[in-house]
Design a binder for this molecule. Structure first.
Ligand SMILES: Cc1cc2nc3c(=O)[nH]c(=O)nc-3n(C[C@H](O)[C@H](O)[C@H](O)COP(=O)(O)OP(=O)(O)OC[C@H]3O[C@@H](n4cnc5c(N)ncnc54)[C@H](O)[C@@H]3O)c2cc1C
Length: 296
C-alpha cells in the first residue's frame, strides 16, 4: 500500500514525488511513456531559473536523479482508471495498486487532424516530436503542419536536416513570434504554404504523399514525413469511475478536486499558463495538499 501514487512523470509529477518523499510519504510514480514528459523533447530550454540554457532532457535528468535518490518507486505503465474510496485503487494495464492519495499529473495530448489513415501512419511517416524523429528524415522531404511557435521552431530545426520542408498553415499569416517569422522566411529550403489545409494522407503502409488544399486548388505533394504541431489538449482520459463527468475534476482550483485525497497538477489542469515553472509549482502544491490530507 502506498501513501501516494502520482500519475505521470513530467515536471509536475516528478516535483510532486520530491515533496512527497521528503514529507515521509511512501510514493509511487507511474509513467506510461518516458520519464520527463513533454519538456524532454525540447532541444533548448532557456526560461527555467537556475539554468541559462539547457536541453529539456538534461533538465529532466536532474529532476529524475533527485526523485530516485529520495527513494520514490517508479513504474512504467498506463493508468486506465481510479476507484475512489478511503483506500483508492489505481488500475494500470494488468496491475492494481492501492494508495491513500492520488495526484493526477498527466499533462497534455497532441491534437491531430483526424483524417483517414492518420492512426495507421503515426510512427510511419506522421510524427509529433521533431527533435526525436527528425533525424530519420535526413536529406528527405518533410511537412510541418501548424503556424504557431512550436510549428515554426520545428520547421527551422528540420530545415537543418532535410532537403526540403513544407510549413503548412491554415491561417493567412504565421502566428509565431516575429523573430521566428523572420528566421523561417529567410530559409531557402522552407516553403511556407498559407491558407492551406492537409486534406488527405496517401501511401501504402507509410505516408508517401499528402493532399493540400488552398483557397484556389487542391494538389498532391510528395513527402517522406509529416510533423503535426497544431497544439495540445489536457490529457483527461483517466476514468474516475464515478457518475459525474470526469472532466470536471480537472477543473480544479489550487490542485484540489472535490474528491477527497485526489489532486490534479500541471498541464492537465484547466489553466492559462502551461510551462515547466507552472507545472513544478502545481506539483509542489498538490504534494503539500496530499501530505496534509494524509495527516488528517
Ligand atoms: C517541444 C516543447 C517545448 C517546450 N518548451 C518549453 C520551454 O522552453 N519552457 C517551458 O517552461 N515549457 C516548455 N514547454 C512546455 C512544458 O514542457 C510543459 O508545460 C510541462 O512539461 C508540463 O509538465 P506536466 O508534468 O504537467 O506534463 P507533461 O510534461 O505533459 O507530463 C505528463 C506525463 O504524464 C504521462 N501520462 C499521461 N497519461 C498517463 C497515464 N494514463 N498513465 C501514466 N502516465 C501518463 C505522460 O506520458 C507524460 O510523461 C514545451 C513543450 C514542448 C512540447
Amino acid at each position: 500500500m502506498y501513501d501516494a501514487i502520482v500519475i505521470g512523470a513530467g515536471p509536475a509529477g516528478l516535483t510532486a514525488g520530491i515533496y512527497l518523499a521528503r514529507g515521509g510519504a511512501k510514493t509511487l510514480i507511474i509513467e506510461k511513456e518516458s520519464i520527463g514528459g513533454q519538456i524532454a523533447s525540447s532541444p533548448l530550454v532557456e526560461n527555467y531559473p537556475g539554468f541559462k540554457s539547457v536541453s529539456g532532457s538534461e533538465l529532466v535528468d536532474t529532476f529524475y536523479e533527485q526523485v530516485v535518490d529520495l527513494g520514490v518507486d517508479i513504474e512504467i505503465g498506463e493508468v486506465k482508471s481510479i476507484e475512489n474510496g478511503e483506500i483508492k485503487k489505481v488500475f494500470v494495464d494488468n496491475a492494481v495498486y492501492e494508495t491513500k492519495t492520488v495526484i493526477i499529473a498527466t499533462g497534455v495530448k497532441h491534437r491531430k487532424l483526424n483524417l483517414e489513415k492518420e492512426e495507421e501512419f503515426i510512427g510511419s511517416g506522421i510524427h509529433f516530436c521533431a527533435t526525436c524523429d527528425g533525424p530519420f528524415y535526413k536529406n528527405k522531404v518533410v511537412a510541418v503542419v501548424g503556424g504557431a511557435n512550436s510549428a515554426v521552431i520545428n520547421a527551422i530545426y528540420l530545415s537543418s536536416l532535410c532537403d526540403k520542408v513544407y510549413l503548412i498553415y491554415r491561417g493567412k499569416d504565421l502566428r509565431c513570434e516575429n523573430k521566428l517569422k523572420e528566421k523561417v522566411s529567410k530559409l531557402q529550403n522552407v516553403k511556407i504554404l498559407l491558407n492551406s489545409n492537409v486534406t488527405q494522407y496517401l501511401g501504402v503502409d507509410k505516408l508517401e504523399r499528402i493532399v493540400v488544399k488552398d483557397l484556389i486548388c487542391e494538389k498532391e505533394i510528395q513527402v517522406n514525413g509529416l510533423f503535426l504541431s497544431i497544439g495540445m489538449d489536457p490529457e483527461t482520459s483517466i476514468k474516475l469511475n464515478l457518475n459525474k463527468t470526469d472532466n470536471e475534476y480537472y477543473d480544479s482550483v489550487d490542485t484540489l478536486t472535490n474528491l477527497p485525497g485526489i489532486f490534479v497538477a500541471g498541464d492537465c489542469r484547466n489553466k492559462n499558463v502551461r510551462q515547466v515553472t507552472t507545472a513544478v509549482s502545481d506539483g509542489t502544491v498538490a504534494a503539500i495538499n496530499a501530505l496534509n490530507y494524509l495527516q488528517n
